[in-house]
Ligand binder design. Sequence first.
Ligand SMILES: CC(C)(COP(=O)(O)OP(=O)(O)OC[C@H]1O[C@@H](n2cnc3c(N)ncnc32)[C@H](O)[C@@H]1OP(=O)(O)O)[C@@H](O)C(=O)NCCC(=O)NCCS
Length: 195
Amino acid sequence: MSGAGLSGGRSPVPSEPVEIAAGLLQLRPWESIDAAAVLAASQDPGIRRWNPAVDVVDLATARAWCSRRADWSQGDHASWAVKEPASGALVGSVSLTHVDPTHRGAEVGYWTAPGARGRGVATGAVRAAAGFAFGALGLVRLELFHAVENTSSCRVAEAAGLRLEGVHRSSHRYGDGLLHDEHCHARLADDPVPG
Ligand SMILES: CC(C)(COP(=O)(O)OP(=O)(O)OC[C@H]1O[C@@H](n2cnc3c(N)ncnc32)[C@H](O)[C@@H]1OP(=O)(O)O)[C@@H](O)C(=O)NCCC(=O)NCCS
């Protein structure tokens, strides 16, 4: 177990990434071979707007992005490449961030590669990450924030059992450079498991 970088208790995040089987998807540790797919995804207008990776500009910076997400040693995040097991193709990204051992909470963030949208990738990935958060990590509360305009993301949150709790006004500057109102969704460990 790791714990460096967090105050108020040891992080429950293991220092080495773990893999999760999630039906037709697999959540795998990020590898440098994923860099080309990350670079391509970072150029998608939706991802540029809602998950801007401003530091990803070429293969070298995409490799660095993968390497940061493969390093769980600080205990503050758990991040996965979402893959189709049969082909090994990268179809998305999901991360538990802001893992907080004192309050036993975290946030979840995600994107789906443009060619893989509309077939349950994000919903499946968030459900699997939530299962890990409440099971292996023993967290109590998982939060998800999305811009109010991002209605697909709202559907993902609801389908993964994260209820809408309210609106945070002008709370986050997204990739378009503007501050947006955000929905705050959350699921507690003892909320019903969706699906
Ligand atoms: C939002 C996003 C993650 C959804 O990913 P996804 O894998 O397509 O999501 P799912 O297949 O699990 O479906 C979720 C909802 O999105 C809708 N959707 C999104 N894109 C779609 C597409 N191209 N075709 C059909 N439906 C789509 C679905 O209708 C579904 O709603 P429903 O359950 O009411 O039918 C994806 O569109 C994306 O990466 N967008 C850009 C980045 C982003 O918004 N990230 C989240 C930041 S909070």
